[in-house]
Design a protein around this ligand. Structure first.
Ligand SMILES: Cc1ncc(COP(=O)(O)O)c(C=O)c1O
Length: 286
């Protein structure tokens, strides 16, 4: 039986009870993280935990444990569940209290849970590329917070899914923001472009790793907004996320991107990313 971390204890799933008045359940009043596990080791764990604490702070939610405690507990969770390749999902809500929009009383304890799931790398999409669909971004103006409120993202992803596409590419008017669960990169005149980390996108950890890899390997990039036209006319397009890593988009809204094949800069980023995983997670192969 797989274990789940609830507050500070590892427990079995069937023994867990979540209150129907938990604010996560009723309002989506909480924040979350998804961390990749390769070879039984957590990839970019500190970066994800830093962002969890930042997201919580942005919604005035105080996580009642030190970051080191959560780090140690999720390591124990991965070991207890003997997870090799997969993810750890973590979420914290403002706790259970009689339903009202305003924050509950100070004594209300937040509800923290974390669990693991097995998840293979999406080798097929990484190698062959995938399709994207443009969808108007109707989300709120604090997309920098990794909030449990994901309706805007879910409705967009569903449209993409129904159109046989891997991702919805969100745009506000003419400007491309990010994917419904990923960040977006294009190659224009040999240079990588991605939307700057403003309040209108989530500053993805994978995005940050990719930018760091660019710096370390002298690959030119600019954090600047780009238009829908620039996206469709790009030489290459790829998305990044914790679960997807670097996935090329070779068709968007039915239009072929570049020559319709995975481009050289995308391939280079995939190779560098895999090398980083190997280095951090002690793998001899990925
Ligand atoms: C809206 C959104 N943007 C970007 C990302 C990518 O972030 P990360 O690389 O940290 O997984 C995600 C991940 O779920 C997301 O939901």
């Amino acid at each position: 039986m797989k274990k789940i971390l609830v507050n500070e204890a590892l427990v079995e799933r069937e023994n867990i009870k979540i209150d129907i008045e938990d604010r996560g359940y009723q309002f989506g009043d909480g924040v979350y993280e998804v961390i990749r596990v390769y070879n039984g080791r957590l990839f970019t764990k500190d970066e994800h935990l830093n962002r969890l604490y930042e997201s919580a702070e942005k919604i005035s939610l105080t996580i009642p444990y030190p970051q080191e405690t959560i780090a140690a507990r999720i390591e124990e969770l991965v070991a207890a569940n003997q997870l090799q390749t997969g993810i750890v999902y973590l979420q914290i809500t403002r706790g259970a209290a009689p339903r009202q929009h305003a924050f509950p009383s100070e004594e209300t304890a937040p509800t923290f849970v974390a669990y693991t799931n097995e998840m293979a790398r999406n080798e097929a999409a990484m190698t062959k590329g995938a399709k994207g669909l443009l969808v108007e971004d109707v989300r709120w103006l604090r997309c920098d917070i990794k909030s449990l409120n994901l309706l805007g993202n879910i409705l967009a992803k569903q449209k993409a899914s129904e159109a046989g596409c891997i991702e919805a590419i969100l745009h506000r008017g003419d400007t491309v923001m990010e994917g419904s669960s990923s960040n977006m990169f294009i190659v224009k005149a040999g240079q990588l472009l991605t939307h700057p980390a403003t309040n209108l996108i989530l500053n993805g950890i994978t995005r940050q790793v990719v930018l760091k890899l660019c710096q370390e390997n002298n690959i030119a990039y600019t954090e600047t907004p780009f238009s829908v036209q620039e996206l469709l006319n790009a030489e290459e397009v790829f998305l990044t996320s914790t679960t997807s890593e670097v996935i090329p988009l070779i068709q968007i809204d039915g239009k072929q991107i570049g020559d319709g094949r995975v481009g050289p800069i995308t391939k280079k980023m995939q190779q560098l990313f895999t090398k980083r995983i190997k280095a951090e997670c002690g793998l001899t192969h990925v």
